[in-house]
Design a protein around this ligand. Structure first.
Ligand code: 13P
Length: 249
């Protein structure tokens, strides 16, 4: 059985006191679904968030990391640093990092290798832009993003990987992929894995959808057979909305 996961990507939001407040609010919510819950605060708030959720059913994850072991990379954070404060999962390949920080399939492949070498779990993000979808190229783009960053791995590595399909045109725009568009792409992603790695890897893979998921649309999106959860941006910044999404399973 694959896992259901709802992860909140806080992006560059919430200073320390806002983080404290949101976590206090999150802890007041009750979970009625079996979904794993994750939150991804900024680097400066990871330690606080980890300590504050130690006894709770909430995993604290990082939004990014560097691939190097250590060295002269001013401003960067590596896997050992994350692990040393208890963080075991990292989001890699978010479209905002690809667009604004020049992350490429090649640099992401190195980050994937580094995270796996440190036995970290990865939420690997990818997705097409609006022009790709309009041109009917979404499967070609998504297929190449997955192949270029992940297909050098052994099948066994995929037990530490969660995939997150986030069409760029649906992120922060209020425009969601329809449940059918999400299902079609998730089925394609699973098929892509199946072709390379076989049924066991494909069936076990948790594939999240991200892009304007809200309490009002989560249930319908999550009802699709190949959608195993969500990566939530804006709606993850309000505890009630986030848990309404968690409980949409
Ligand atoms: P929104 O939910 O704000 O569209 O953001 C989605 C996202 O980018 C999550 O990583």
């Amino acid at each position: 059985m694959r896992k259901n996961i709802v992860a909140g990507n806080w992006k560059m939001n919430n200073d320390l006191s806002q983080t404290e407040r949101l976590i206090t609010d999150l802890k007041k919510q009750s979970k009625t679904s079996n979904a794993e819950v994750m939150i991804a605060p900024s680097f400066t708030n990871l330690w606080h968030a980890f300590e504050a959720t130690r006894l709770d059913d909430i995993e604290v994850v990082a939004q990014n990391m560097h691939f190097a072991e250590n060295g002269a990379y001013t401003g960067e954070v590596n896997a050992s640093m994350l692990k040393s404060i208890g963080v075991k999962t990292v989001i890699l390949g978010h479209s905002e990092r690809r667009a604004y920080f020049n992350e490429t399939d090649e640099s992401l492949a190195k980050k994937v290798d580094a995270a796996l070498a440190h036995d970290m779990r990865i939420i690997f993000c990818f997705g097409e832009e609006l022009a790709d979808r309009k041109a009917g190229n979404e499967e070609t783009i998504v297929g190449s993003q997955i192949k270029n960053a992940l297909f050098h791995l052994e099948a066994s590595a995929f037990k530490n990987i969660v995939l997150a399909y986030e069409p760029v045109w649906a992120i922060g725009t209020g425009e969601t992929a329809s449940p059918e568009q999400a299902q079609d792409m998730h089925a394609f992603i699973r098929q892509t894995l199946q072709t390379k790695y076989g049924n066991d890897v494909a069936d076990a893979m948790t594939i999240l959808y991200g892009g304007s998921v809200k309490p009002a649309n989560a249930k319908e999106i999550f009802s699709k057979p190949d959608v195993d959860g969500g990566l939530i941006g804006g709606a993850a910044l309000k505890a009630e909305d986030f848990y309404a999404i968690v409980n949409a399973f």
